[in-house]
Design a protein around this ligand. Sequence first.
Ligand code: PLP
Length: 338
Amino acid sequence: MLNANESPWAPYPGGEGLNRYPQPQPAALTQRLAQIYAVDEEQLLVGRGSDEAIDLLVRGFCRAERDAVLISPPTFGMYRVSAQLQGARLIEVPLRSDQDYAIDADEIISRAQAEPVKLVFVCSPNNPTGQLADRADVLRIADALRDRALVVVDEAYVEYAQSASYSEALAGRDNLLVLRTLSKAYGLAAARIGCLLGERSIITFLRGLMAPYPLPQPSVSAALQALDPALDAPRAAQIAATIEQRERLRTALQSHPLVQRIWPSDANFLCVRWRDGAAVARALADRGIIVRDLSRYPGLENCLRLSTGSSEENQALLDALTAIASALAAPVAAEYHA
Ligand SMILES: Cc1ncc(COP(=O)(O)O)c(C=O)c1O
């Protein structure tokens, strides 16, 4: 191995192999992921998180100042960030807040047909609102935009929805792509491994845009360990436990005095509206519990996104919220009595 100017020595005892550059798309990992996601290996790109795949799609298909990315806010922020970095135009067709944040398929199709849209991102289940997009709507969008735009379904949370992946719908739809990640249900956020699934020539083209040797060997090793079939059953149990815990949180919060609304969720988090979201977030932070304040999203004023943790963490959250309800109610009561 005298072709890559590597050191001939391992960096530390036990670090054998780390002195060599990794394979750009390690075969053992692509084989296993292709098996899990039920696609051919040539239909799969492995990147540094699905974040990298989003960035590659925008860089690969959108010319700065000319082409557009269509998103349905409130949704995952990286679509916007990648579009802005590339100088692509951003077209927004908001989710329908009157219909539990359903996608507006007719409007998406007509805007994408009228403007130079190259990519349509559909997040399902959607972050941060939590619901699956209607399958017939998504496929209708993909079919209507067949010769016009790529439709990318981001399934970062699909394991918690326990619904079929759109990878089943790829056959015969060259413009449909699917994003998957090991960062959520597979518990590997630190390894940064995500995938894009789709038509072979698109995958080959995007692989060509990646940095050399993009996947660090320690991440690849961690992913291969996590994807050992022996862990399938315990992982399924973890996913089932997360869903059960999510529903437990949802039920408990429905009667909480500071909660105004909770949306149904197909993901591992809940989107919850409070009388004063910022005050609740601050009070939780004071107690060492960090949640995501969604107030900056138009339409999600006073909303917080609560991730489902372990049963102990969720109990700590519920206990803290009970204490906060009394603390926040106290000054009002005192004023009233005065
Ligand atoms: C909807 C959605 N897509 C993609 C990602 C990025 O995931 P990854 O860790 O694979 O880059 C996230 C992360 O929170 C997400 O919520």
